[in-house]
Design a protein around this ligand. Structure first.
Ligand SMILES: Nc1ncnc2c1ncn2[C@@H]1O[C@H](COP(=O)(O)OP(=O)(O)OP(=O)(O)O)[C@@H](O)[C@H]1O
Length: 309
């Protein structure tokens, strides 16, 4: 079942097109990475899904309900963790969660129980009497997750949840996301950390200037840009122009860049004979070392978002 459907989403701000006919789906139990350079339109998309902005054109359906025409009806179907947040200065985090549970209509006793269980889930029970502003950045994000999940919605929207956190805090949040996924929740994850998307997401979308430029599983994306592997060749001197042309002319070579005495050769996914290629390089260039590896998601991202329109 599709938990989220985005159809032809277009948004203008002051005559400038920020989203351009964006289409994607999020299936039940799926984690979808939503990536793109700064200003690509990720947060704008999220704000339209949550009903904060109206689109200039296009539709959004959450669990089949039209979120643009009837945003009130969809409010209980998603939890959101935004980049901007605040805590009521007079509330402890326990009262904060109780308040949110009451907003969703839970009776007093059930809301208290819910707040307590949410604190346990976030591993913050011992800090329950503190105000959110007095917690560390990682703890604050955990409380925001707990808030977003207080009414147990099927869809979770996360806008850069781990930005600015240390490695330990990031890993704790990853565990919480994995736990939500194991409970069948659908997750839209905006992130600039490609490793995070690779670790947590089943599928990844990359947008640029409000347009979808790539979509697929982390492995599939490498094939989309057709840079499957990278061969790094270290020389004792710089590569000559003639040698560069010779390298680029080999079958399966996508491009070839040299920086100082290091040469990086991008190879496509065709079943070429890499062994023969390496042998020829050794004979002609007598390199200090050669290494072959799969292209990283970061390299795919740079290729896709760096292309001219
Ligand atoms: N309320 C607004 N009024 C005018 N322009 C806006 C508004 N909100 C966003 N924009 C513009 O829309 C574009 C997309 O912004 P958005 O915040 O959606 O990008 P993003 O992909 O989330 O970027 P980042 O990764 O930096 O958070 C930007 O050019 C931004 O300046």
């Amino acid at each position: 079942m599709k938990v989220l459907e985005v159809r032809g989403l277009t948004k203008y701000f002051n005559g400038q097109k920020v989203l351009d006919d964006l289409n994607f789906d999020l299936n039940e139990g799926e984690a979808l990475g939503f990536l793109g350079p700064n200003g690509a339109g990720k947060t704008t998309t999220l704000r339209i899904i949550t009903g904060l902005y109206r689109p200039s054109a296009g539709r959004v359906f959450i669990a089949g309900i039209d979120a643009v025409a009837d945003p009130i009806k969809t409010k209980g179907l998603f939890g959101v963790c935004t980049q901007d947040f605040s805590f009521n200065a007079h509330y402890s985090i326990e009262q904060d969660l109780y308040f949110y549970a009451r907003l969703y209509g839970l009776p007093r006793r059930a809301a208290m129980e819910k707040a307590r269980r949410a604190l346990e889930w976030a591993d913050l029970l011992e800090h329950r009497r503190k105000n959110g502003d007095h917690l560390s950045g990682g703890m604050r994000k955990k409380i925001l997750f707990a808030r977003a999940m207080i009414n147990d919605p099927p869809l979770l929207l996360l806008d850069e949840p781990t930005t600015g956190l240390d490695v330990h805090a990031r890993r704790e949040l990853w565990e919480m996301i994995r736990d939500l996924k194991s409970r069948g929740k659908s997750i839209l994850l905006i992130t600039h950390y490609l490793e995070e998307a690779e670790q947590l997401c089943d599928r990844i979308l990359i947008i640029k200037k409000g347009r979808l430029v790539a979509e697929g599983g982390p492995g599939e994306l490498r094939q989309i840009v057709d840079v499957a592997r990278l061969l790094t060749v270290d020389l004792y001197r710089q590569l000559t122009l003639e040698e560069k042309e010779w390298l680029c002319a080999f079958p399966g070579v996508k491009n070839c860049k040299s920086r100082g005495t290091t040469v990086e050769v991008a190879l496509d996914s065709s079943p070429q004979r890499v062994g023969d290629f390496v042998q020829e390089i050794c004979l002609r260039l007598q390199p200090l070392s050669i290494s072959l590896r799969d292209a990283s998601l970061e390299e795919v991202f740079l290729e896709v978002t760096g292309r001219e329109d």
